[in-house]
Design a protein around this ligand. Structure first.
Ligand SMILES: [Fe+2]
Length: 242
């Protein structure tokens, strides 16, 4: 069973599914493609989305689980967050708690700028407190190639895990991103891959990435990155990496 650790499936919470009907459509499509569960990683941005906190995501996930049960859908829903690295991220963690993925100690973060000092502060805070940071879709960072290569090396060296997105892997994202993604796959740099799905209309172009990995690297790597690694990530810490 595949497990998607990066998803905006919760209805009406962020820029993902706008209502329950869209969430249910996504679940049905995912089940058709071999998925058995999703970690709901709503965007968490200190300034722009102040109401999306770990406790809010837990409440919304409970409602989604109940709705799926009513529909007779046997599909697992886990909680998490996609935390935007910002200057106040550490104080936000201290105020609201750290949105780890499932029952584990991994935390999904993203950034859309150059790697600033506050990014290091947040990573240090997580690592110092026993969490495993995972950087979402590093292939999508809007920085030049030389800076990007240096950053990937630095992050790998300091133990940050990398999560690749299936849309660029499948060649359906911005020009140049597939090249980056395939290189990271080829070099074994990704700990895990994910859909980063938002709404039903964008799901098909993300699922294309499954076939690209199958064709280029084989079913074993797909299982490792989309089943084994996610299972490890959402597991209780004592049974996972620490
Ligand atoms: Fe995302």
């Amino acid at each position: 069973m595949f497990l998607d650790i990066h998803s905006h499936m919760l209805p009406g919470v962020d820029d993902g599914c706008v209502n329950l009907s869209e969430s249910i459509r996504c679940v049905r499509t995912l089940m058709d493609h071999g998925f058995g569960g999703t970690v709901c990683t709503s965007h968490m941005c200190v300034a722009e989305l102040p109401t999306i906190t770990p406790s809010f995501v837990h409440e919304q996930a409970t409602l989604l689980r109940q709705a799926l049960r009513r529909e007779g859908l046997d599909y697992q829903i886990f909680t998490g967050g996609e935390v935007r690295l910002q200057p106040l991220t550490v104080s936000w963690f201290q105020q609201h708690g750290v949105p780890s993925l499932g029952d584990g100690r991994c935390v999904l973060v993203d950034t859309w700028s150059h790697w600033e000092d506050y990014c290091d502060e947040a990573i240090d805070y997580l690592e110092d407190n026993g969490y495993q940071p995972i950087l979402a879709h590093p292939e999508r960072m809007p920085i030049d190639e030389a800076e990007w290569h240096r950053l990937i090396d630095d992050l790998s060296e300091r133990g940050v895990w990398l999560q690749g997105n299936l849309k660029p892997i499948g060649g359906r994202d911005m020009p140049g991103l597939q090249e980056r993604a395939l290189r990271l796959l080829d070099e074994g740099r990704y700990k895990v891959i994910a859909l980063d799905m938002h709404r039903p209309k964008g799901l098909a172009e993300r699922l294309v990435g499954l076939d690209v990995i199958r064709d280029r690297f084989g079913e074993d790597l797909l299982s490792k990155l989309l089943a084994d690694a996610p299972a490890e990530i959402i597991a209780p810490a004592a049974e996972s990496h620490r």
